[in-house]
Ligand binder design. Structure first.
Ligand SMILES: Nc1ncnc2c1ncn2[C@@H]1O[C@H](COP(=O)(O)OP(=O)(O)OP(=O)(O)O)[C@@H](O)[C@H]1O
Ligand SMILES: [Mg+2]
Length: 256
């Protein structure tokens, strides 16, 4: 893959949303005693057991831990896709529990990009349409949508495949469409669940470079769940999760 090196400022936020212009909270993410228990029949599965963390703006934060330790569950809470069964979640100063369904959908559309572990692309839409969709949701005009969508598809090396549907792409290419979709609106927060898992090291490095560029241009906060040592080496901070509990916080590059 060849990353787009034009230097064009493709990733600045498309418009000043109400949330973006509001006085910023001290931290992009604030969890207090956040727990999530799943009910499977009569059995209760405690996936998260009461997590309290703060993630400042403009960070590359990583969550690492064994399979089943709770990484995806944690990202789902921060991404407002799921609600805690106990405790509170605040994202960009917004108390998520206080929002109704419409408010939550709007908040998510404006502020959060999510790269799902299983990509969650829409199968009947082309790569272009999948990436464009978040901009449709926030009412970006068509010409601006086209410019941004093509810029980010070029940046992940898929400009030539824009017309293809997900089933006409390789696993790594699908992953890059999912990454482009999360970045296209330059959101305040990008949550990335194993974003480099299907990429070779060269493509993975180019994607990490792209994310750094987005972060520099848009002050986006990234929270990753990962097993990838190449990605971990870029972390400002690493949270180690075990059996639904944060057992360690390691400082990374910025000594934050
Ligand atoms: N929808 C669900 N219903 C019931 N249990 C679930 C559900 N989703 C996750 N779990 C359970 O919650 C725990 C945490 O799962 P989670 O998906 O957060 O782990 P993970 O750290 O992301 O793992 P992996 O590295 O395999 O992706 C596991 O025990 C899992 O079986
Ligand atoms: Mg997971």
């Amino acid at each position: 893959m060849v990353p787009n090196g034009t230097g064009d400022q493709i990733m600045s936020p498309p418009d000043a949303s109400p949330a973006a212009t509001r006085a910023q909270a001290a931290n992009a993410v604030r969890l207090r005693d956040a727990a999530r228990t799943y009910s499977v029949g009569a059995v209760e599965v405690p996936a998260l057991r009461g997590i309290s963390i703060d993630i400042p703006y403009h960070r590359f934060s990583m969550v690492i831990g064994a399979s089943g330790s709770g990484k995806s569950t944690l990202l789902n809470l921060i991404g407002c896709i799921d609600a805690p069964t106990r405790g509170t979640v605040e994202v960009c100063g917004e108390a998520i529990g206080a929002l109704d369904d419409d408010g939550l959908a709007d908040f998510r559309a404006r502020n959060i990009g999510f790269i799902f572990q299983t990509f969650s692309l829409v199968p009947v839409l082309s790569a272009y349409e999948n990436v464009e969709y978040p901009l449709v949701l926030v009412g970006t005009p068509e010409s601006e949508r086209r410019r941004r969508t093509m810029a980010v598809l070029d940046a992940v090396g898929l400009g030539a495949h824009a017309h293809r549907r997900p089933n006409e792409l390789s696993g790594g290419q699908r992953q890059r469409v999912a990454i482009a979709r999360a970045l296209v609106k330059a959101p305040q927060i990008v949550l990335a669940d194993e974003p480099t898992a299907n990429l070779d090291s060269e493509t993975g490095a180019a994607i990490i470079e792209l994310m750094h560029r987005v972060q520099a241009e848009s002050h986006t906060t990234f929270v990753f769940a990962t097993h990838d040592p190449q990605l971990m080496s870029q972390a400002d901070e690493i949270f180690v999760i075990r059996d639904g509990t944060i057992v360690e916080r390691r400082h990374g590059r910025s000594n934050a």
